[in-house]
Design a binder for this molecule. Sequence first.
Ligand SMILES: *Cc1c(COP(=O)(O)O)cnc(C)c1O
Length: 419
Amino acid sequence: MEEIFSPKSFPLSEEKLREVIKKFPTPFHIYDEKKIKENFHKLKETFSWAYDFREHFAVKATPNPHIVKILADEGAGTDCSSLAELLISETAGVTGEKIILTSNDTPADEFQKAVELGAIINLDDITHIDFLEKNAGFPKCLSFRYNPADIMNKGNDIIGKPAEAKYGLTREQIFSAYEISKNKGVKRFGLHTMVASNELGTETFLYTAKIMFELAAEIKNRLGINLEFVNLGGGFGIPYRPTEKPVDFKAVGEGIHELFEKIIVPAGLEKIRIATESGRAMTGNAGWLVSTVLHEKNTYKNYIGLDSCMANLMRPALYGAYHHISVVGKENFPHDKIYDVTGSLCENNDKFAINRNLPKIDIGDILIIHDTGAHGHAMGFNYNGKLRSAELLLKENGEIKLIRRAETLDDYFSTLVKM
Ligand SMILES: *Cc1c(COP(=O)(O)O)cnc(C)c1O
């Protein structure tokens, strides 16, 4: 991989990128197949000690069947939370128990499609047992999402408050839920939680594994149910800032392995499958938004206006998220200017960066916004009639493939009733 941008990398040379832009005008997201595969294998390696491991890629991160297929060909399944995501999974050839439906406030048609596909269904609430039975019937393998109320670190300080989150069942509901569904004839079960988001530290993952392993052991003791899998959810972070350290997957793997030996093996559950449903850590650092500078504006501050906006990448505006920005051909120039980098929405928080140190930017410069591979294009919307961009894939053989065309005005107007 040729790295022209430092400290963040980009997989194409400047010359090649300019060639691509001639064929596919900016803005677009481009994804790197090789990097996605590497990310998957890093996660798989983390759990290589387990009797069985499955990553269910969180489709919502990059809901494009071409991307899902790359991961599926490497052995990943999918985590779906909507009917559209189930259909994307099916299109990518992922069916049966390679799918887990982890949704909440679930409509009947999602449950029906999941049952039709033979998916594992992970219920978000105890009342969904009856709703599922009535509207779709039970899948072969049923799971419940546990909400542990608080997440503590080693010193027993609270580091997260899942009790404030809408997801999952309480501890007591979990036991009742397995008992009720067992009495209704369900024979195979799993257990799920998802408490972290964009987490870089090791401790949260170990704490999550510990409470889940203990709960699995207690479910066996109290109810005589041998769970088939424990799904630890997603939430593996990526270092958006060049100063952040990536997740120490080795430490996470070793720490969870130790807990497995200490809690799961003595409970007689050593053949339990470890599952994850990572999105961000699979595709986040393998995607870039490429955009052209349209305007420079100097008022009380200095603004750089791009040909993309919040419709293409919402994270900075939505959560104040940091995305690193490189100016093509100026990577090594002094970063002695301070700019707000904006989009064109009539919405003042439509900014990709605020007070960012960058090299002097000129109209027509190409900007690369890093780490847009997950929850990037996917969050796009059409406010102000802005259109979502194309998605390109850099294949391992060097070929650039269009995997989603840009939206057109015809797409935008297609739902209107004719006047
Ligand atoms: C969003 C989500 C994921 C993926 O989260 P990442 O932070 O992208 O790893 C996994 N599972 C559920 C239930 C989610 O809502």
